[in-house]
Write a protein that binds this ligand. Structure first.
Ligand code: NAP
Length: 264
């Protein structure tokens, strides 16, 4: 058993839980963060039993500054750290003016403040270990999401931050990755009141992938030294089109679409 340690936020379900499993399978001990204590506890017990790793829990809401500082302090005080996954995240439906400021503030705190501050706290140990930093962004980081007002912009921040850190610390051996999933089968959309049975497509341009597939792809991309990971031919094509077609075409298409919503 190695003595490597991975810290994962939003580990309770979906992509975060898939990362917890993937790191445990590789023999990493874990520090898992999330709000749902009993679900996180069940996951921890299963991973300990199945893979023989030690799992520590940090329960808290990353939009709560007290809880965020408790996790930042815990990460800062770790004697060593080999991997950090900033995965906690969600979307709030609505145009900028339709949503209460407190809800916008919470999203900014979880996506922007927590990701940046936890990365800052972890960097000395991560660099020493030539470790792994995975920040979960989205294909939406390249697409205006006018009806989930801060989702695309905050994910663009996460992607850009990770690209910047990845390049700045590459010579030190840090392996940084911005994970940019398209639709992925998790609790994300059911939290928004969408029915997973009808929402997730099994084929076609918007087909959804599983969290395990997204995570497996990300480890392949890290081993190839990539800064960005996009799972699936469909989302790779989407990102290629968005990045290479004239912006005027994208804006015209989004402007014409009555929904122009990211989530619904
Ligand atoms: N599913 C998709 O289609 C998709 C696509 C692109 C990007 N993503 C991104 O992938 C990441 C993981 O989402 P998911 O799809 O796996 O959905 P999920 O199953 O809902 O997982 C979200 C995780 O974030 C945690 N979380 C949410 N708000 C939090 C808060 N205020 N404080 C602390 N933890 C919080 C949740 O844990 P607790 O509830 O226990 O706190 C949960 O473990 C997110 O950043 C999301 O934006 C998802």
């Amino acid at each position: 058993m190695s003595d490597r340690l991975a810290v994962i936020t939003g580990a309770t379900s979906g992509i975060g839980a898939a990362y917890a499993e993937a790191f445990a399978k590789q023999g990493y001990h874990l520090l898992l963060a999330g709000r749902r204590e009993s679900e996180l506890g069940r996951l921890a017990d299963r991973l300990t039993e199945q893979y023989g790793v030690k799992v520590q829990l940090q329960i808290g809401d990353l939009a709560d500054h007290h809880d965020l500082h408790a996790l930042v302090d815990a990460v800062t005080l770790l004697p060593k750290l080999d991997a950090l996954v900033n995965n906690a995240g969600y979307a709030v439906d609505g145009r900028l003016g339709d949503v209460d400021w407190s809800d916008h503030q919470a999203l900014l705190d979880v996506h922007v403040l927590a990701t940046t501050q936890l990365t800052h706290a972890a960097l000395p140990n991560l660099v020493r270990a030539k470790g792994i930093l995975i920040n979960v962004a989205s294909v939406a980081s390249w697409i205006p999401t006018g009806n989930s007002a801060l989702y695309g912009p905050t994910k663009a921040f996460i992607r850009s931050l990770t690209e910047s850190i990845g390049l700045a610390y590459r010579a030190d051996g840090l392996k940084a990755l911005a994970l940019c999933p398209g639709f992925t089968i998790t609790d994300f959309h059911s939290r928004m009141g969408l029915d997973p049975e009808t929402f997730y497509q099994k084929k076609g341009f918007v087909r959804a992938w599983t969290a395990d597939q997204v995570v497996e792809q990300s480890f392949k991309d890290i081993s190839k030294g990539r800064l960005i990971s996009v799972k699936g031919w469909n989302y790779k094509l989407l990102v290629f089109l968005v990045r290479h077609l004239p912006m005027s075409l994208l804006f015209a298409a989004l402007g014409r679409s009555k929904s122009a919503r990211f989530t619904k």
